[in-house]
Write a protein that binds this ligand. Structure first.
Ligand code: NI
Length: 254
């Protein structure tokens, strides 16, 4: 029974067949799914999914590319949402310098605000960080993120940066990229990092692992990610699932 620590089943790519897809994967051995918000709208649709499905938990937060929409009323709404029983993290939040917009200063302001919110409500954070390794680590240190805890979702940096985040007690989210031909850097990180600090994630509908790369992703595809990690770590499939599940429960405190 696998725990998917990061998914977007509210995405419109599931509008046609969401119910069938979810029923099927719960039947086939997906134990729990954490659906993650990336805007106010998708935080709302995440809450709706947690109400509809026993095995779906949720995170609310606003992705760095969406923060321009944020205002004080939204922050107050997010705080209220964090008090819901099945909302177990703040995310995804962070920094993304891949695109020029929004300006870095704006991204930083709202990343900081949302880390402070997580601290206030005592929930872990789910961090999205792309082409922004040094600033992410610096801001986390300044905010004492070690005391907040959380996961670096879809980890995309090298071993040295991994060390920084691992030393703060953070987990690294490992998904389809670890199976890609050009995923060597992530495979090196998986080899390097302790298995006790890795968690499984699809980020579906995105980032399908090989041999399904390019198609709509879903939690059952985590079996390919588990196989790859088992191979790298010289562990059995069952041990990788058991250990990463334990990590996920520690991370999200469920
Ligand atoms: Ni995501």
């Amino acid at each position: 029974m696998i725990i998917d620590t990061h998914a977007h089943y509210d995405d419109k790519q599931f509008d046609e067949d969401r119910e069938q897809v979810l029923a099927h994967l719960f039947e086939q051995g997906i134990e729990r799914i954490v659906n993650v918000g990336a805007s106010i709208e998708t935080s709302k649709s995440t809450i709706a999914l947690t109400e509809q499905y026993d095995r779906i938990w949720g995170a609310v937060g606003v992705h760095p590319n969406e923060v321009e929409e944020l205002n004080e009323a939204h922050m107050e709404w997010l705080k209220q949402a964090c008090s819901l029983e099945k909302i177990i993290a703040v995310g995804e939040i962070g920094l993304d310098y891949y695109y020029k917009e929004p300006e870095r200063s704006i991204q930083k302001e709202w990343f900081d605000r949302q880390m402070a919110l997580a601290k206030e409500v005592s929930l872990p954070i789910i961090i999205h960080s792309r082409d922004a390794a040094a600033d992410t680590a610096d801001m986390m240190k300044a905010a004492n993120a070690r005391d907040i805890g959380g996961v670096i979702h879809c980890f995309s940096y090298g071993k040295e940066m991994a060390r920084e985040f691992l030393d703060m007690g953070f987990y690294l989210g490992i998904g389809g990229v670890v199976t890609f031909k050009n995923g060597k850097k992530l495979r090196e990180v998986v080899e390097y990092a302790p298995i006790e600090q890795l968690v499984l994630e699809t980020d579906c509908p995105y980032l399908s692992p090989e041999p399904h790369r390019g198609t709509r992703n879903m939690s059952l595809n985590l079996q390919y990610v588990v196989n790859q990690i088992a191979d790298i770590k010289k562990m059995s499939y069952a041990d990788v699932v058991a250990q990463t599940n334990e990590n996920a429960r520690r991370l999200y405190r469920f």
